[in-house]
Design a protein around this ligand. Structure first.
Ligand SMILES: Cc1ncc(COP(=O)(O)O)c(C=O)c1O
Length: 475
């Protein structure tokens, strides 16, 4: 039921004292009544609390959503982001009145430069995909300035996240797909065939989206650079390597980091996120403005690609991420990466009797299994098993991605999960595989524990109803 349906005329949450001053002007008075909800405070609280309990959240259950790093978001991040000095400042305030905010940008810049090996960071892009676009725009500007206008191709591995080819396309590049080899890594021979004088760059994540470290990264970077291209690092998988190895040292020229994943700020449901970008000096003059360097605002730059978002981006996300970085320190971040890798490897070990990993190599922070055999034997698909997991209180892993693996489930436990969560997922998967062999039909009824069981997912995605009807919502 919508909150508008619960409204009762003249019911109030609070009463305002009578107005002691005359309204300044009546020119702006509305002509029609607003259609605001009329309810007491407790009714509003109950409505939204109930709704919040109907959706899955990292605070209520295990969320092993691969490629998304759904780690626990420490509450201290929220406390710091709520400090008035951060939450009540206005984006149009004079820059010299927001020294504290400048300090946040400056410190985050220092820490992330150290962690990634890049020369300068910007915190404007609101998501990973926007960070990708910003980085590619800079790469494009670089080639244009070098009169290298024939560089129109962007190399993208076939295992890449969908946003990579989409960003390249939006930026006007032709996407050239590079094959994966039988080990799930970039096929170096295929890359050699595809790199040319038309190559503007290569987009790569390391570890890749199969959770495997690209061991030939040095050779890959040298090949692309020797051919005049630049390397872009999709940092959505940084959680596997934080503090151990740096994209800057691997040879990448531009990167994005998903602060809303690796650095524990809440995400899902569309944001707000923060796809911080970092570049080497060769691309610095193209950085979106404004940004902070050496504790100074840089607000003008002739070659900048321009702003990617209004004002300073999602500043309070940065405050949360910086709180996380400072509360762990560099050693703590390194330790969390080790635990993320350990948890993923132990998880793979717990289920290896039912799911042989698609690629036998040791995974990093996430791994991919294929349910192709299970589907052939029983008719039960990756989607069916995912629905079944919901009844165990586990959010389904990422399904059907990467596209190079049939009936794929990508599992990323993250470092914040205790042993019991891993054992719960293992128990659930064992029981569901057993059920698939005994009574495959049963899966059509799963899940039982949610308000709705099997939704028409295509319709929900294409025609979502996300607000009250216009009639109700005419305020
Ligand atoms: C590997 C990878 N790259 C890029 C992205 C895009 O990040 P965002 O969802 O913040 O746009 C994701 C998101 O899931 C990802 O997993």
């Amino acid at each position: 039921m919508l909150i508008f349906d619960k409204s009762v005329k003249n019911r109030r949450s609070f009463t305002l004292p009578p107005l002691e001053v005359k309204p300044i002007s009546l020119n702006f008075k509305r002509e029609t009544q607003t259609n605001l909800v009329e309810l007491s405070e407790i009714e509003i609280i109950r409505h939204y609390t109930k709704l919040s309990q109907e959706t899955f959240a990292i605070d209520t259950g295990f969320y092993p959503l691969g490629s998304c790093t759904m780690k626990y978001n420490p509450k201290v991040n929220e406390v710091v982001a709520s400090y008035e000095g951060f939450s009540l400042i206005h984006p149009l305030q004079e820059l010299d009145t927001v020294e504290g905010a400048k300090g946040v940008f400056n410190e985050a810049n220092q820490i992330l430069k150290e962690l990634t090996g890049m020369d300068i960071m910007s915190f404007q892009p609101a998501a990973g995909a926007q960070g990708e676009l910003a980085s590619l725009l800079m790469i494009k500007a670089y080639h244009r300035d070098n009169q290298d206008v024939e560089r129109t191709e962007m190399l993208v591995p076939d295992s890449a996240h969908g946003t990579n080819p989409a960003s390249a396309n939006m930026c006007g590049f032709k996407v050239v797909e590079v094959k994966s080899n039988e080990h799930g890594r970039v096929d170096f021979e295929d890359l050699k065939k595809k790199v040319s004088h038309k190559t503007a760059g290569l987009m790569l994540t390391n570890p890749n989206t199969l959770g495997l470290f690209e061991t030939e990264i040095k050779e890959i970077a040298d090949l692309v650079h020797d051919n005049g291209g630049l390397l872009y690092y999709d940092g959505a998988n940084l959680n596997a390597i934080m503090g151990w190895i740096r994209p800057g040292d691997m040879g990448f020229d531009a990167i994005h980091l998903n602060l809303h994943k690796t650095f524990s700020t809440p995400h899902g449901g569309g944001g707000p996120g923060l796809g911080a970008i970092g570049v080497k000096n060769v691309l610095k003059k193209y950085m979106p403005i404004p940004y902070v360097e050496n504790n100074q605002w840089i607000t003008e730059s002739e070659s900048s690609i321009g702003p990617m978002k209004n004002f300073q981006g999602n500043f309070l996300v940065l405050v949360r991420a910086l709180t996380y970085m400072k509360s762990l320190g560099l050693d703590g971040m390194k330790h969390s990466s080790s635990n993320a890798v350990l948890n993923a490897n132990y998880m793979a070990h717990l289920i290896k009797d039912i799911f042989v990993p698609k690629y036998p190599e040791r995974p990093m922070h996430e791994f991919v299994i294929s349910l192709e055999n299970l589907k052939k034997e029983t008719g039960v698909s990756a989607l069916d098993i995912s629905k079944g997991l919901i009844d165990y209180g586990v959010h389904p892993p990422t399904m059907y991605f990467p596209l190079v693996v049939k009936e794929a489930l990508m599992i990323e436990p993250t470092e914040t999960e205790p042993l019991e969560s891993l054992e719960l997922l293992s128990k659930a998967l064992h029981e569901l595989v057993d059920l698939a062999h005994r009574d495959a039909e049963k899966f059509q009824e799963l899940p039982h524990s949610t308000k709705m069981s099997r939704l028409d997912e295509v319709k929900a995605a294409r025609h979502p109803i996300v607000k009250a009807t216009d009639e109700r919502n005419n305020h």
